[in-house]
Design a protein around this ligand. Structure first.
Ligand SMILES: NC(=O)c1ccc[n+]([C@@H]2O[C@H](COP(=O)([O-])OP(=O)(O)OC[C@H]3O[C@@H](n4cnc5c(N)ncnc54)[C@H](OP(=O)(O)O)[C@@H]3O)[C@@H](O)[C@H]2O)c1
Length: 323
């Protein structure tokens, strides 16, 4: 039985705890919070074995098999570093760090200490991209030409979204999903980036538009916003038809249309607990094989995402205060 622990008790920590509770091969072990009271509440709600009132105490406990980091972006680097220095395998929420430099340092530290550090960009571990690519082949849709993917929700009320000290902004929190979708479907290297953003009063990006050009000619038109509701369907345009996935970041079905926009085929994607289980299952599998790199989202792929985020931000001159 894998002992799974969680560092922080916010929104996503709750979702992950609920998911783990449904996974028979995993056991909720310890929770760490900056407050003992919150840790105790979280422990009681999900039936953890131990509750710590500091992240340091969680790190010092050697019993966890995996520790999941669910703090704001700005804190991933220091939280993950502390866990690696205490010999833990770590699953860290997206973006793995604020910039590529931090991510390179953490992946090197993990390698040096023979530990698994996994980037928890959950859509990367889901089966939808493989299923859809196979379907495009079976329906002879031809070459992929264009990807449209957006993520826009109302999230201005969340402090961590607008605060530059917490590495806020639409790109790092929401735009990372359309970006990953583009990379998952284009299967090629980005050779050009055009982008612009709308700045929030705090200086972070409130919304943004990104156009990627890939080496194989595929174009991706991506946007994200924390102050405007967007169509979150993923659209893939092929020479002879198109595919639509119903909603990012966790699609539940896809539909294939022909040249005349007639529906050819529609299928539900496999049932799931919440979608968060895929990354945990893969981590367990990788650890059982004594390996230190994820399969569905490799270190190079995770670093490529971080490099693109850096490049996009540099085009906007968006530098966080602690960088
Ligand atoms: N995969 C997904 O679907 C998904 C969805 C949402 C968010 N996320 C990612 O998950 C991470 C956390 O997001 P969230 O929405 O869960 O955030 P949240 O609700 O604000 O929770 C963040 C938690 O981090 C801890 N924390 C440590 N230092 C903090 C600080 N200075 N300010 C605020 N909180 C601090 C707090 O836990 P304690 O008080 O217990 O220490 C807090 O509850 C982010 O990286 C985000 O991108 C992923």
């Amino acid at each position: 039985m894998t002992k799974f622990s969680i560092l922080a008790t916010g929104t996503i920590a709750h979702k992950m705890a609920k998911t783990i509770r449904e996974m028979p091969q995993v056991q909720l072990y310890a929770v760490g919070s900056r407050s003992q009271e919150k840790a105790d509440e979280f422990k009681d709600e999900y039936n953890f074995q131990v509750a710590y009132g500091s992240y340091e105490e969680l790190a010092k406990d050697s019993q966890s098999d995996i520790i999941y980091v669910a703090t704001p972006h700005s804190h991933h680097y220091e939280n993950v570093k502390m866990l690696l220095l205490n010999d833990h395998h770590v699953l860290c929420e997206k973006p793995i760090t604020v910039n590529q430099k931090q991510a390179i340092e953490l992946y090197s530290l993990a390698k040096e200490r023979n530990l698994l550090l996994a980037d928890a960009t959950w859509s990367r571990y889901m089966p939808f991209s493989h299923i859809v690519k196979e379907a495009a082949k079976n329906y002879e849709l031809g070459k992929l030409k264009m990807i449209h993917s957006n993520f826009g929700i109302q999230k201005l009320h969340a402090k961590r979204m607008v605060d530059p000290n917490l590495a806020g902004g639409a790109l790092l929190d929401l735009g990372i999903y359309p970006l990953n979708n583009a990379l998952m479907f284009a299967d090629s290297k980005v050779v050009d980036i055009e982008t612009s953003m709308v700045k929030h009063t705090t200086g972070v990006d409130e919304s943004n538009i990104i156009v990627l050009t890939f080496e194989n000619g595929v174009k991706a038109l991506l946007s994200s916003s924390m102050n405007g509701i967007m169509d979150t369907r993923i659209h893939l345009s092929y020479e002879n038809g198109r595919i639509e996935l119903d909603a990012l970041p966790n699609p539940t079905k896809y539909s294939i249309y022909d040249e005349e926009q007639e529906l050819l085929f529609e299928e539900d994607l496999p049932p799931q607990i919440s979608g968060y289980e895929y990354q945990v299952e893969e981590m367990i599998q990788v650890l059982q094989q004594n390996k230190t790199e994820m399969i569905s989202f490799t270190i190079d792929e995770s670093l490529e995402v971080m490099k693109l985020l850096d490049t996009i931000r540099s085009k906007w001159n968006l530098v966080y205060p602690f960088e």
